[in-house]
Every structure is written in C-alpha cells, then in structure tokens.
Design a protein around this ligand. Sequence first.
Ligand SMILES: [Mn+2]
Length: 382
Amino acid sequence: MAHSLQTQAPELPVLSRNFGDDERARAFAQFLARHRGEVHLIALQDYPDPDAISSGLAYRLLAERFDIDTEIVYEGRVSHQENLALVHLLDIDLTRFTGALPLERYDGAVYIDNQGTTTRLAERCQGAGVRALAVIDHHAPQGVLNPEFEDVRPVGAAATILTDYLRSGEVVTLDPDKEPHVHLATALVHGLRAETNGFIRAGPEEYLAAAYLSQFTDPQLLDSVLRVQRTRGTMDVIRIALTDRIVRGGFSLAGVGYLRHADRDAIPQAADFLLTEENVHTAVVYGILLGEGERELVVGSVRTSKLTLDVDQFLKSALGTDVRGRHYGGGRSRAGGFEIPIGFLEGTTDAEHMRLKWDAFNRQIRGRLLRAAGVGEDSEGS
Ligand SMILES: [Mn+2]
C-alpha cells in the first residue's frame, strides 16, 4: 500500500516551486554594491500606504549594509490611522517633502511601490538632476523612468519583492533577536495584509513571503498596529455618511460636506463602511477638503462588490474631464476615487457662502453619479 502511494505521489503545483527569484535578488545586491557610500532618496507615492512604507523601510535596511544613507520621502500626507500607527509604533522615520528639502544632496532616487507616475517627487527629482537609480514595483510597467536597476513583478505587493531580497540572504540575514529586523518583518507583514485586503487578494507569493517573515515578526506589535482607533473627525465623517446616505438600486451615495485634510482618509473608510449594508453593491462617499494652505478639493471614493461594474469607466463617464481633457476620477476594478478642484470658488469662510458652495457641488456630483449608475436623478433636497 505504502509503495503504491509513493509511486502515485502527485506533483505539487505551486508550493513546490522555489519561492522567489534568486537571480534578481543577486542583481539587486550587486546594484547596491555599485552604489556603496551614496545617499539615496526613497520616493514613495503621494499618500503612502503600508505596502510603500514597509517596502521603503526594507530598502533602507538593505542599503545600510553598503553604507548607503537613505531618506524615505513622500508628498501629500500619511493620514490613515493604520499608517500613522505603523509609523509611530515602529518608529519609522519618514520625511514629508516641502520646498525646503534640498534635493541636490542625493546621489539618486529609488522609486518603490511606484514607477514615478504616482509621486510628484519624480518630476521634482528630474528637475533637480537627481537620476532614477532603481524602480521596484508591482504595478503594470509604466516605462516612464529609465533606471539602472528595475524589478517590476506582477505580484500582489511591493513588500513581496522586498521580502524576496531579504529571503535570498544576498544582503542581510534577518535575525529574530535584532529589534530593527523584527520591526521590519512586522511592518512588511502589515504591508502584505493591507495591500491584499487581509490576504483575500493575495497570491502564493504573498503567502510565502508572510510565512518567511513570520519567523521574525512580533505578533503583539502587529496587533497594536492593527487595533488602531479612529479619530473623532473620522467618526464624524462616518456618522454623516451613515445619516445622509441615499440608497437606490444597490447604490449608496453620501456627500459629507467639509472636512479637514487630516481626515481625508475618512472618505474611503466611510465608503468601505457603507458597502457593508445589506443589498448595497456600490458605495460612493465624497466631501470638500478644506484648503488649510493647500488646494481646496472635492475628494470622493468609490467601492463596489459588483463584478460587472467597472469603477474606472463608471467614474470617467459620470464625471467627465476638465478643460485640459483630464478625467476627474478613475480607479481599479473594485475601487476608485475622484478629485475635483473648487477653482474660483476656493477659500470662502463665510458660512452662507460655504453652504451654497457645498450645495452646488453636492447636487452636481450626486446628479451625475446617479444618472451614470442608471438609477435616475435625485429629486429630494439635500
Ligand atoms: Mn503596493
């Protein structure tokens, strides 16, 4: 019996494959070796997420081995509570770009979890003569930058690729007794989780990366990062979205009025929440981000569970383009967002003006979205 079982042993499909790509990990190590002693700017996308932050941290640790000094830089804000918890609990040093940052001090820039198309830093670096040294990303190839080292793989997260470099042992060997290593592994697991919606959208590479990292993570620390509390502002936005939502034909729509930049991430969180209602397949939440020294904008988020709804197409057809022909919104298959500048009406502080302004934008956006959704225009007041 045992004999027949042995001869019938099936070929294991995916897991028997070696995890990772040793050749690329070696090429990465050689790339770092060529840049020994330099100073690198690690450019994350505007509004960096846990995948980007943890991957940037991994680059920093790997580069340290070659005495490469790094600075993890982003524009926009780190606003999601989970991101803030990650940064604070793991004591990650991030630099928010302001005009005061002298770009000339960097020998080059490395783009991680992006290829220069989702960060304003790419243009700034090019303008300052800071060349693109490396691109490490998991999105579709953009071909905008022409870096010396490029590793763009169709995996579920950038953290997967950086974990592969760690796993190869080409540069460092992680040690569960070293705190920076434990912090990094914990951050990467969080990055993998967040990027794949809690491993629901993860592929075998992400599970294998997590399995490798699990030898070094601190479960308590990960728990603290995940058990974050929402700010009062975020709770308020969710409350308004809940009370003021319009539900029609499976669409749930809520305009939440004005909100602060610091609460920007409340919009997608509210959309995620509205999507959990019975019989709702698509949720849209939007509001006006108060200027506070930056551009005043309408920002919106769309979430859908409807397989036949293409969020990108939906937003493009609903909201159209600006005078320069650029779409106000777009997205991936299940999620998307939009931004509409307030333009000439920006910067009012008078309460009545602000009410009128919100009313005008709210009606216009709601009308267009409902029409595009094919559930008719709203006839109730606001
Ligand atoms: Mn990513």
